[in-house]
Design a protein around this ligand. Structure first.
Ligand SMILES: [Zn+2]
Length: 345
């Protein structure tokens, strides 16, 4: 295909071929000690019969582990005989960041999820983003991109999606997110500048579901369980494998709870740089003006801590990660109940 010719990234499997294929994206990276060096990024395609194509990606941010683990496990184990359609799995897409255990790529200091639709002649992250957009996405009907908050925070275990103005698309996306079966599904507005993988996927008319399954620089045990189950559930939902999604929740709920994050008051920001003492954890119900946390100035013991308060009622979706935060950092994001009738208002 012509778009593949333009990319500097080489793909050594044929995405149109049937059966299980395991290979690499080979992305050129010239180094002092290897002028023709490449970064090898594993990709596995399992294709059989007819049905939709699902793309599972992990490791767009290197320090977000649950998706890397779950997509790798599926890539090793998925039986082509059990599949009707195709599953493309890239467990560790941003390999330089994955091996560096950071959100940003150490090659170009870029956030790959701010590089879409990319540029085949751009920086390493832009080149990789372009390859995914121009070469992989044209094969895809459904994209599930697995994230956590990495080192920048923790998250309530959740799927997420943009509020899609088209009702049919919105309902299809919400049904796919419900099938994934995380405790929460967050519908959000206006917190994206169009350079994310999600936006690239949506521009191509592909159904997109994201996740936030933990963070804080550790592997969230329950996040991995929800990720493993969610991948199976999405394949079942689209009848790529047999079975019915299992969405039973630990708290007894039968299904995912829909929430929304729509505007600035959802977030509480640090008004100063300091040592952050949160007063709550993700998943907890919080009230307007309740104390979100304190910012301490331990270098000046006489200086009183600054109080940070919630700006609305809601359940905490994301909390700050590092103890030491900078002025303007988000220290809490609250989600409200979702109501489709009120959603666009
Ligand atoms: Zn991420």
């Amino acid at each position: 295909m012509s778009s593949e010719v333009q990319s500097r990234v080489r793909l050594d499997i044929d995405l149109a071929a049937s059966g299980r294929q395991a290979g690499y994206l080979r992305a050129p990276l010239s180094r002092n000690t290897s002028g023709w060096g490449t970064v090898e990024i594993p990709i596995v395609s399992v294709k059989n019969g007819s049905g939709p194509t699902i793309l599972f990606t992990g490791g767009v941010h290197g320090d977000e582990y649950e998706g890397q683990i779950a997509v790798s496990r599926l890539a090793r184990s998925l039986d082509p005989g059990a599949v009707q359609g195709q599953v493309i799995m890239i467990p560790a897409l941003n390999m330089p960041a994955v091996m560096n255990d950071t959100r940003l790529s150490p090659v170009d200091n870029r956030d790959m999820n701010r590089c879409f639709p990319g540029n085949p002649r751009g920086t390493f992250s832009e080149m990789l983003a372009h390859f995914i957009d121009a070469v992989v996405l044209p094969h895809v009907d459904v994209s599930v991109d697995l994230h956590t908050c990495g080192h920048s925070g923790d998250s309530a275990l959740s799927t997420n999606m943009h509020y899609m103005g088209d009702k049919a698309t919105r309902e299809k996306t919400m049904a796919a997110a419900a099938a994934f079966g995380a405790p929460f599904n967050v519908v959000f507005w206006g917190v994206d500048e169009g350079a994310t993988l999600t936006s690239a996927v949506e521009r191509r008319g592909i159904l997109s579901v994201g996740t936030e399954l933990g963070g804080w620089g550790r592997v969230n045990v329950e996040g991995v369980r929800i990720a493993d189950r969610g991948l199976q559930n999405v394949m079942r939902h689209f009848q790529v494998i047999e079975g019915t999604p299992e969405t039973q929740q630990r708290d007894g709920a039968a299904a995912t709870g829909n929430r929304r994050v729509r505007d600035q008051p959802a977030s509480s920001l640090a008004p100063a740089g300091g040592l952050s003492e949160p007063r709550n954890v993700v998943g907890k119900a919080c009230r307007t003006a309740e104390l979100a946390g304190l910012l301490h100035f331990v270098e000046d013991v006489d200086r009183a801590p600054v109080e940070v308060r919630y700006r609305r009622d809601g359940i905490m979706w994301m909390s700050a990660g590092p103890g030491r935060v900078q002025r303007g950092d988000v220290v809490a994001v609250l989600m409200e109940d979702y109501d489709d009738k009120l959603a666009a208002g």
